[in-house]
Design a protein around this ligand. Sequence first.
Ligand SMILES: [Fe+2]
Length: 505
Amino acid sequence: MWSSVFIHSLEHPAGGYKKIFESCDELAEPIPAHVSGKIPAWLTGSLLRVGPGLFEIGDEPFYHIFDGQALIHKFDLKDGHVTYYRRFIRTDAYVRAMTEKRIVITEFGTAAYPDPCKNIFSRFFTYFQGIEVTDNCLVNIYPIGEDFYACTETNYITKVDPDTLETIKKVDLCNYLSVNGVTAHPHTEPDGTVYNIGNCFGKNMSLAYNIPLINAFCESNYFVFVETPVKINLLKFLTSWSIRGTNYMDCFESNDKMGTWFHLATKNPGEYIDHKFRTSAFNLFHHINCYEDQGFIVVDLCTWKGHDFVYNYLYLANVRQNWDEVKKAAMRAPQPEVRRYVLPLDIHREEQGKNLVSLPYTTATAVMCSDGSVWLEPEVLFSGPRQAFEFPQINYKKYCGKNYTFAYGLGLNHFVPDRICKLNVKSKETWIWQEPDAYPSEPLFVQSPDAKDEDDGVLLSIVVKPGVTQRPAFLLILNATDLTEIARAEVDVMIPVTLHGMYKP
Ligand SMILES: [Fe+2]
């Protein structure tokens, strides 16, 4: 048993990870899983996750990790028994691809070409109207009130039934909010308020960020927004949509001069605080947690150092290479690091050159510069060469926005997910779960009903083990305290990569 043994670098010469990027069929009905270990009696509910499940339409391939057609997965746990079910989400992108047997809607890194059968007049209309924005909701699923929505990062979200996995309806956020797109990572308050950040195409080709509020009511505090050098070039985005062969990836640009900016706003009333917080360039996809303490804002992030866009390394052709090539490509990519930044709220211009951070437990600094900006240097919480602590999770219910101790994550080894990690952000102690030739997904934390400590609970992850002859995938249940295995529920089908998800009690 390899559980909890810290292994610095696992090698994958057999290339089993390629299997998580292969198309699969949906299931006609839930299938039973083979359980070993003892599932806690209180763990009754559903693990819902989404990801790409169809990586080509006929002989037309999708090119990027974020292009495959959205597949929703569900593990149901009840009385120690587990079933697994999955369905393709009936998005417009999927339904039209199935009907026309070609890629109809342009995806993140794959352009759709006009139907060759259409005549010159309808092609003119395609040009005129621009290319349709995708509704391929393969990134996440989250609740809004009583409903569940699968999403990507465009203006479309898709309502799904969490029991039957049926697709209910497509919702255009533009009808409710002044946004052109929102992230796949909303923040949900205990009262059900959902916050998200979106971009809004303003006048004169300017790009503004809105923080749309989907529900109502919340307590007063702060919003932190990290502006990285990677951006959508709006002019390119608006003009090149009408050009044959363009996709979203073509519209990204990275500014090698600006570094990274932190923005602060008060929550209630919603007002921008005009302090200029600056630091060196990094890519950022996931925030771990953020809280206020003694006049400071502590921001913990999964960063990738440098301005080179990390998504450039996430084409399917990259992740389907042999292990030596995968490693070579990851050497050139930005390097991952878990960092803590600390933003002082009380800033006086005359304190030039001085470190304004006086929190006793961090080495992060914030220094007032002569131009009035504040230069931030982080405290490194975790760093391993080409070993990312990514897809972070915390005890979100109890510790989101609060001074916390534990983060859980998926370990990416040269971009290949091959371990589950736990990090004590105070002591920097780490725990690892891994097995040879096993590829887990983002671990979701579920608190136990009698929990006293922050980490009293379990972690749920879908693990794929393509090398075995029987039951090549399983739901893994770990003790969140020490990452020892509690149980696993194995199924007779392969499960492709999943990105994000949720646990529905
Ligand atoms: Fe994400």
